[in-house]
Design a protein around this ligand. Structure first.
Ligand SMILES: Nc1ncnc2c1ncn2[C@@H]1O[C@H](COP(=O)(O)OP(=O)(O)O)[C@@H](O)[C@H]1O
Ligand SMILES: [Mg+2]
Length: 398
């Protein structure tokens, strides 16, 4: 979830000021604005009398009992409909708390609040807009074009359904050139274009009609793969569609094209797992550096960004190795998948998965390892082999 709200805070104490300030470095608020003013409730009532209210107000007040209600009455006169309010007050009274919540105050805190309490209160206030917490969203993109990000995304989707016998939806976000339908050898009757053109009515029952069955437990929201749709994904439309998609499966795989704009950035920041696929050359190293420098602070430490080196061994001479990537990016490549033109070419031509056309191959093992890695079910122990720069990975069940 990325919240797009303007937040106005009127604070009195250092603790509350710091709690509000901490929001600005949280990925949840990447697309929100946070304005902090001093003076608490008194200043809020003055300032808000001649301007529109932000979507969320955080106001500190020392008033008690009737005086607090008087302030809140005055405040409610000034607030536009839909404004949500979090009050940090002085009085510790459960009845007061209940009355305030009944009046539409989102949360009432006594005396002070920590950064986490504030964040949780905001999440609660906007809970209706938040997604299904059960769903794990895994975004794949390439450090350059043609590196195998899509084919790995599709294969990992298929693999997750098999490994955990769970529902997976794969969403192809490459409107013009997407390959999801080809990967599963289907001709889609409906696509992302239908979802985008009926955005105002989008819900689960509508979206399910735009999906195809790829395999058992794997549903596909294909791209139109057409140059003339005239429809573009935007940060708002993608958010709307993904909020619905996330209610519909345990895993959502996003096949994100190699491009850089607001909605791509949002998707890569917001996913539970972001997988960057690159080939071991200098362009990918440079692009990887730029992308990781953007993603790491925005995603925070809890949300993993994985780097996968693909097509390793394609060129015998001149390839960079995993260590060189690690040194420059400060991120150990999680996995290397060897170049295997025969398996990938057969898979493409047949519209089948690598696990089927090249069962037992290193590529198939790599994809299975990657699926386990991003599943959230297992922990990874990596063993680096220096020979050929190829990493092999061992998994240990928790
Ligand atoms: N490990 C690999 N060995 C050989 N060919 C590969 C490998 N990974 C991907 N490919 C091939 O590379 C091409 C580009 O893959 P694709 O997934 O469309 O890339 P991207 O989505 O990054 O643009 C496809 O033909 C695919 O089969
Ligand atoms: Mg692609």
């Amino acid at each position: 979830m990325i919240l797009r709200i303007d937040i106005g805070a009127y604070v009195l104490t250092d603790a509350v000021r710091e709690a509000v300030q901490s929001l600005t470095s949280d990925r949840l608020f990447l697309r929100s604005t946070v304005a902090i003013a001093e003076g608490g409730m008194e200043n809020a009532l003055t300032k808000l009398s001649d301007r529109s209210t932000p979507q969320l107000l955080i106001i500190e007040s020392t008033a008690q009992g009737q005086a607090l209600f008087d302030e809140l009455n005055a405040l409610s006169e000034l607030c536009q409909p839909g404004t949500r309010v979090i009050i940090v007050g002085a009085e510790n009274d459960i009845n007061l708390f209940k009355t305030l919540i009944d009046q539409g105050i989102s949360q009432y805190f006594v005396a002070t609040l920590s950064a986490d309490e504030l964040k949780n209160a905001i999440i609660d206030a906007y809970a209706d807009e938040s997604a299904n917490a059960k769903c794990r969203t895994i975004a794949f993109t390439g450090l350059s074009g043609g590196v195998g990000s899509s084919v790995l995304a599709h294969n990992v989707g298929s693999q997750l359904a098999k490994l955990y016998n769970d529902d997976v939806i794969v969403v192809d976000l490459d409107m013009a050139f997407g390959t999801l339908a080809l990967s599963f050898n289907i001709q889609p009757n409906a696509t992302m274009m239908d979802a985008l053109s009926q955005l105002d009515n989008i819900d689960e029952s509508l979206l399910v009609r735009f999906m195809e069955v790829g395999e058992k437990n794997v549903s596909l929201l294909c791209s139109p793969s057409n140059l003339n749709t005239g429809l573009e994904i935007t940060d708002r439309s993608i958010e709307k569609i993904l909020n619905v998609v996330r209610q519909m499966a345990s895993y959502v795989i996003l096949d994100v094209p190699h491009s850089w704009n607001r909605w791509v950035q949002d998707v890569l920041v917001d996913a539970d797992e972001t997988v960057l696929v690159g080939v071991p050359d200098l362009y990918n190293l440079r692009n990887g550096k730029n992308m990781i420098d953007f993603l790491t602070p925005n995603r925070g430490v809890q949300a993993a960004t994985r780097l996968i080196l693909n097509k390793v061994g394609q060129t015998k001479k001149g390839e960079l190795d995993a260590k060189e990537f690690k040194d420059v990016l400060d991120l150990q490549p999680a996995l290397s998948i060897p170049y295997d033109s025969e398996s990938f070419m057969t898979a493409m031509n047949n519209g089948e998965m690598i696990s089927k056309v090249a069962k037992g191959s290193k590529a198939a093992h790599g994809i299975e390892s990657l699926a386990k890695l991003v599943s959230g079910h297992e922990s990874l122990t990596q063993v680096t082999k220096s020979k050929g720069g190829i990493l092999s990975s061992l998994f240990k069940k928790k």
